[in-house]
Design a protein around this ligand. Structure first.
Ligand code: PMM
Length: 303
C-alpha cells in the first residue's frame, strides 16, 4: 500500500538494521550537549546532566536518543572537532553502555567514527555527506544506519540558499542524488534513512509544503525521519495575536506532537523531538488508528 493510501495509515517502512522495530513510528529524543541550541541551549551542556536527560527521555518512551555537540541553528559558530568529540563521546558511551539505541548528530567523519566505537548505533548527518568528504567512505565500512538529511550549506548564511522552483520536487531530487552518492560509496541500501531537513535552508512555507507532501519523500523507498520539533515555523504559526510575537520554543510541544501524529499517519519512520512524552503518545494513537483503518468494517446495525 502506498504511504498516502489511507488517512491514519502509516506505510510499513523498510527498517534500518540494528534499530528498534516496535511496529509504529519511532520516537527519537534529542540530547543536545551544546551551549547554544535554539530549543534548549545550554540545559544539558554538562555531560552528567546530558546523560541524566537521556535516561529521562528513555523513561518517557524514546526509542532512540540523538546526541549532538554542534548547534545547527542559523548563524551558529562551529565547535572544533576536538570540542565536539569532548561533548558527545562520554554521553554516547554511557547511554549506549546502558543499552540505549544511541544516534550521534554530527557532520564530521572523525566524530562519527569515534562515536560508533563508543557504541552509537546510528549516525545522523544533517549535511547528508556534503560537509565532510570522509563521511560516506567511513559509513561504507561502518555497517551502521546513516541519516542523509537535505542540506544546502552551513548555518552561517544558510537561509540565503532557501530558493526553490518547487521545494518538494527539488528536495526529493537532491536527496536522491545524495542517496546515489552514498550507494556509490558502498553504503548498504538498508543502512540509509532520509530526512527532508525542515528549517535547513527552508522558510516556513517550504517546511509546510514538505510536510503536506511527505508521501513524495517516502516514495524514495527509504525510511523517513522528520525533525519538526520546536522549530520556528511552528512559533510563527502560533504567533500571539496581541503582541505579534512568535510562540517561544518551549511552548511549541503540543504543535510538535500534532506534526508527529500527522507525519506518522503519512508513513514517517521516526520523528525527532525534545518533548518525548507527548510524541510517544501521539505515535501510539497514529499506529492504532492505522490498525483500525485496516480492520474489517463492523457489522451493519440491525434496523
Ligand atoms: N534538526 C536539528 C538538528 N539535527 N537532525 C535531523 N536528522 N533532522 C533535523 O531536522 C534536525 C537534526 C536542529 O534542531 P535542534 O537544535 O532542536 O536539535
Amino acid at each position: 500500500m502506498s504511504a498516502a493510501a489511507r488517512p491514519g495509515q502509516a506505510a510499513p517502512a523498510p527498517c534500518p538494521r540494528g534499530l528498534p522495530r516496535p511496529g509504529r513510528t519511532l520516537v527519537m529524543g534529542v540530547v543536545n550537549v551544546t551551549p547554544d541550541s535554539f530549543s534548549d541551549g545550554g540545559r544539558w551542556f554538562d555531560s552528567g546532566r546530558a546523560v541524566a536527560h537521556g535516561f529521562a527521555l528513555l523513561d518517557e518512551g524514546a526509542d532512540i536518543l540523538d546526541v549532538g555537540g554542534e548547534s545547527t541553528r542559523p548563524g551558529a559558530a562551529r565547535p572544533t572537532p576536538e570540542e565536539e568529540s569532548r561533548r558527545v563521546l562520554p554521553v554516547v558511551r554511557e547511554l549506549a553502555a546502558a543499552g540505549a539505541a544511541v544516534s550521534v548528530d554530527t557532520m564530521r567523519a572523525e566524530v562519527a567514527s569515534r562515536a560508533v566505537e563508543a557504541g552509537a548505533a546510528l549516525v545522523n548527518d544533517v549535511s547528508g555527506g556534503l560537509a565532510d568528504p570522509a563521511m560516506l567512505p567511513l559509513m561504507a565500512g561502518a555497517g551502521t544506519p546513516y541519516v542523509v538529511m537535505h542540506w544546502r550549506g552551513h548555518s552561517v548564511g544558510m537561509q540565503a540558499n532557501a530558493v526553490y522552483d518547487d521545494v518538494v520536487t527539488d528536495v526529493v531530487g537532491e536527496l536522491r542524488a545524495r542517496l546515489e552518492a552514498a550507494l556509490d560509496a558502498g553504503i548498504p541500501p538498508d543502512c540509509l534513512i532520509v530526512d527532508p531537513g525542515l528549517g535547513f535552508a527552508k522558510h516556513a512555507d517550504h517546511n509546510w509544503r514538505l510536510l503536506a507532501r511527505l508521501p513524495e519523500i517516502t516514495a524514495l523507498g527509504r525510511p523517513v525521519l522528520v525533525g519538526a520539533a520546536r522549530k520556528s515555523f511552528l512559533g510563527h504559526l502560533l504567533t500571539d495575536p496581541e503582541t505579534g510575537r512568535p510562540r517561544p520554543p518551549h511552548l511549541r510541544d503540543a504543535a510538535t506532537s500534532a506534526v508527529s501524529v500527522l507525519a506518522a499517519a503519512q508513513g514517517a519512520w521516526c520523528v525527532r523531538v525534545h518533548d518525548v512524552a507527548s510524541t510517544a503518545d501521539a505515535v501510539r494513537v497514529a499506529a492504532r488508528w492505522g490498525v483500525e483503518a485496516d480492520a474489517p468494517a463492523p457489522p451493519a446495525p440491525l434496523i
